[in-house]
Design a protein. Structure first.
Length: 280
């Protein structure tokens, strides 16, 4: 499965919660119509402080975050497709609009709502990730606690070793954890998912956008996503495995830090072969 992240910064006219409403509501209503999309999640940075969710671990788990990191983003989307070709052709007109003579072709999805200049400040920071599934996500029918961990590898550690240890020994420390309902690790790749998806006039190719993407992505070499039933379940796991986790964190990271996000499922990720009919 092809998986693409797109980090966005809200338009300055919008408060954080106004941005949340616009992205989760209007924008997602168009984004979920992308052709052959196999999964679409929106993650908006949570309002509450990390001290409330991380408790006694807050200083250690967030003490190494780069200054101004949250100035780069208010949320990020996750787009999933079966292939790069499906991703590049996702904005093609779709025959899914009912009309007076039956099903009609609708080309409005190509604009994905046409709201980008008013929703975002600048172009999205979009990049491909290689995903490792540690524990498949099994969401209950309620809002759950989701944390994202950003990690920057030690300079002297080869990338291959870094990814092997993070996705191996470090990730294994979460297995069989009570209250854990999902755990994925994502490593950015060099696959170009900008050309062929964004229009040349979109601003994604401006010097400012290119420079901004580079500055933002210089802060991390991987992202782990944790889904817990409650914040208390996360803190209990962290307390139980703290010594082993800290040992590996010293080996792996020059810096790492956590953020809580509120997840909206616009299209439930589906890793099975596609059905022979339209469904979401």
């Amino acid at each position: 499965m092809l998986k693409v992240f797109g980090f966005v910064r809200r338009n300055e006219m919008l408060t954080h919660d106004e941005y949340r409403a616009a992205h989760a509501g209007y924008h997602n209503s168009y984004g979920r119509r992308l052709r052959k999309i196999r999964g679409y999640l929106l993650n908006v940075r949570a309002n509450r402080p990390m001290t409330e969710t991380l408790g006694d671990f807050a200083g250690y788990l967030n003490g190494q975050e780069p200054p101004g990191f949250d100035d780069y983003w208010d949320g990020y989307g996750q787009l999933m497709f079966d292939s790069l070709n499906d991703y590049f052709s996702a904005k093609a007109p779709a025959m899914d609009k009912p009309g007076p003579h039956g099903l009609e072709v609708d080309d409005s999805v190509a604009g994905v709502g046409g709201d980008a200049p008013f929703l975002y400040s600048g172009a999205p920071c979009q990049f491909h990730v290689r995903e490792q599934v540690v524990l498949p996500v099994r969401r209950p029918e309620q809002k759950i606690f989701k944390l994202v961990m950003f990690g920057k590898r030690r300079r002297e550690m080869p990338r291959e070793a870094f990814e092997a240890v993070w996705g191996g020994a470090y990730a294994a420390l979460s297995r069989n954890t009570p209250g854990l309902v999902g755990h994925l690790v994502n490593f950015p790749t060099d696959l170009d998912v900008i050309n062929g998806f964004f229009a040349p006039e979109s601003g994604a190719f401006s010097n400012e956008s290119i420079r901004g993407r580079g500055m933002f992505m210089a802060h991390f070499d991987g992202m782990a996503e944790y889904w817990f039933a409650t914040p208390e379940a996360f803190r209990a796991w962290r307390a139980q495995c703290d010594a082993a986790l800290r040992d590996l964190e010293q080996e792996l990271f020059d810096s790492f830090f956590f953020r809580e996000v509120d997840e909206t499922v616009a299209v439930l990720p589906d890793r099975l072969p596609p059905a022979p009919f339209f469904h979401r």
